[in-house]
Design a protein around this ligand. Structure first.
Ligand code: COA
Length: 255
């Protein structure tokens, strides 16, 4: 755990995460999440490669600690048409440039919780997403038992649009996730009958896919060759391999 006692009167400031944060960032992720992130992810965050980030620091700490991260949020831009919530956006197929901001990780060290830091970090992401004219929403996954995080997203007016069964695979056990969305720039969930019908059809298609995947998985359990992590969009970036994860995830980032 990052052993930092909060100063008597914390002065919380926000800044982009930078290369000097590497060690602390890795440490906090290791402490807070049941999933191991690879070093490529941290390198991408601190160097701002395809990932945007905000760190929270306490300026009222003694000078050697006044620039230490006490919280962070990381996110990246994805194309709406390639995202799993494309169907939740009243997506206009003629606008292939529409984007979303996907929150990858969010955390606050324990001593600094309940001060509104996470809420402020999320507000930064929403502000950022709103500043991108073709961005329609920011969204994230959260594991179904993470009540503090779920409370926070509800409080921040995120909409829970889906429950994804067995989305995470952690130490051999499946866990569901919720998908939360916050619409920006006129983005909205579908509401015309045609849009709703499309969503329902997509749900049915996904449910069928998930059932057949489960059947296939059960079949496959009998064979020793089952790859542990079957989803390609797992953790951080599509290019990352998942071989070093002690806990694995089947498609997500924020837990
Ligand atoms: C989830 C998490 C990020 C929340 O961080 P946080 O900084 O404590 O969150 P906030 O302070 O913004 O809000 C949390 C609570 O504090 C309350 N709060 C906000 N500002 C406050 C203030 N100034 N004084 C007192 N309480 C405050 C909020 O109302 C909220 O309470 P409630 O939801 O119980 O009513 C943190 O618990 C965490 O890092 N958990 C481990 C990692 C994790 O789960 N990340 C999310 C993955 S999806």
């Amino acid at each position: 755990m990052v052993n930092m006692k909060p100063s008597p009167r914390p002065i919380i400031c926000f800044r982009p995460i930078q290369p000097s944060d590497l060690g602390t960032l890795e440490k906090i992720h290791g402490d807070l999440f049941p999933i191991r992130y690879e070093s490529e992810f941290f390198q991408n965050v601190v160097n701002g490669r395809d990932i945007v980030s905000w760190g929270a620091i306490d300026r009222n700490q003694p000078s050697d600690q006044s620039d230490e991260l006490v919280g962070f949020v990381t996110a990246r831009i994805v194309l709406a048409k390639e995202s799993e919530i494309g169907d939740m956006l009243s997506y206009d197929p003629s606008r292939s440039d529409q984007t979303l901001v996907y929150i990858l990780t969010l955390g606050v060290v324990e001593a600094y919780r309940n001060l509104g830091i996470a809420a402020s970090l999320i507000r930064e992401v929403i502000k950022y997403a709103s500043s991108i004219p073709n961005c329609r929403a920011t969204y994230l996954h959260v594991i179904s038992y993470n009540n503090p995080a779920i409370r926070l997203y509800n409080k921040m007016s995120f909409k829970c649009v889906r429950r994804l069964q067995g989305f995470y695979l952690i130490n051999g056990q499946h866990y569901d996730s919720y998908l939360f969305v916050y619409y920006v720039n006129g983005g909205r969930s579908p509401c015309s009958p045609l849009e709703l019908a499309t969503v329902v059809l997509n749900h049915v298609r996904n449910a069928l896919k998930s059932i057949s995947a489960r059947l296939w998985r059960n079949e496959d359990r009998k064979s020793p060759k089952w790859p542990k992590c079957r989803e390609t969009r797992c953790l951080i970036s599509t290019t990352q391999s998942r071989r070093n994860m002690t806990a694995e995830c089947i498609g997500c980032e924020c837990v």
